[in-house]
Design a protein around this ligand. Sequence first.
Ligand code: GRG
Length: 326
Amino acid sequence: MTLFPEKAAVERAVGEALAPLTGHPREVLRDLLENRGKMLRPRLLIVSAVLTGGEKVKEEKALYRAAAAVEMIHTASLVHDDIIDDAALRRGRPALHLLRGRRAAVLAGDLLLARAFALLSGAEDKKRVLRLLARSVALLCRGELCQMNWRCRWDLTRRQYYRIIHLKTAQFIASCCEAGGLLAGASAEERRALREYGANLGQAFQLIDDYADYAGSPYQEGKPAGGDLKQGLATLPLIHLLETRPDYRQKLHAAPPELPPALQETLRKAIGENGSLDYTRAAALHRQEQALRALRLFPDNPARRALVGMAAAVTGRFSDISSISR
Ligand code: GRG
């Protein structure tokens, strides 16, 4: 049984978007696209469309083009993110900038983004999806810039943290769900509910990602743990520790911007012992509940159950997402 029956159609649409490329550019993108992730965003877009428009929406080519475009946008953001973070691994393999060099990786991300928008601009009547996703990419970049601006500053508040994860992760996931609704002709109320579901799912997703950076395996997907502290990023586990244990705040403020490994280790240990990881997990579970609550508008059917399953998988192991049956 195929677990994501639309996967082949989405991949065909990605192929269509990249068809005009030849030679070296095509080769660079091939490295990237051969190593697929969970395809969470295209799944969300398609299931949201089916939930609000019924099975007949699956006959529309525009659905697969939009699904391919969100996966391409997401992949472009990962390429750029890995350059910014100097990450060594992506999806368990060397990051593109290590395989092809930083300059080529920047341009490969740009190229992918441009081809994604070319795909979206194909259908005249789908302008609203194009506008929604263009705005969402701008917010992604603002989130990343904001996070960059807070690097090695340890006084980031919980409110500011939630704002950053909304911009860099949750709002794009919300836009994928809303785009599915738009393509299926969903009502304004349904689109709001889909957005609410996606935004909460996205927050839960990022909270678990930030949890995983401290908790390590089995949550880390081919990424070494401990990267956030090393890069000077304050995420909820650390923010919670600093809120509840001001003595650690003093230690951090007295330290150089690049934290010495011994202090990183002390903080990591303290975060575990202080209950800050449990706190982060509970915050993710709360967002997951909110996501499920947003689905109450919709009748029980296979598409709704698929969205429930995807929300449930986010706080379980990430890999469970790819085992959800539709
Ligand atoms: C070029 C579109 C573009 C944006 C530039 C760098 C940047 C601005 C934004 C970074 C946004 C980012 C990477 C946020 C993290 C989101 C996140 C948790 C990604 C992991 O998503 P998964 O687990 O990945 O769905 P897979 O590998 O399964 O696709």
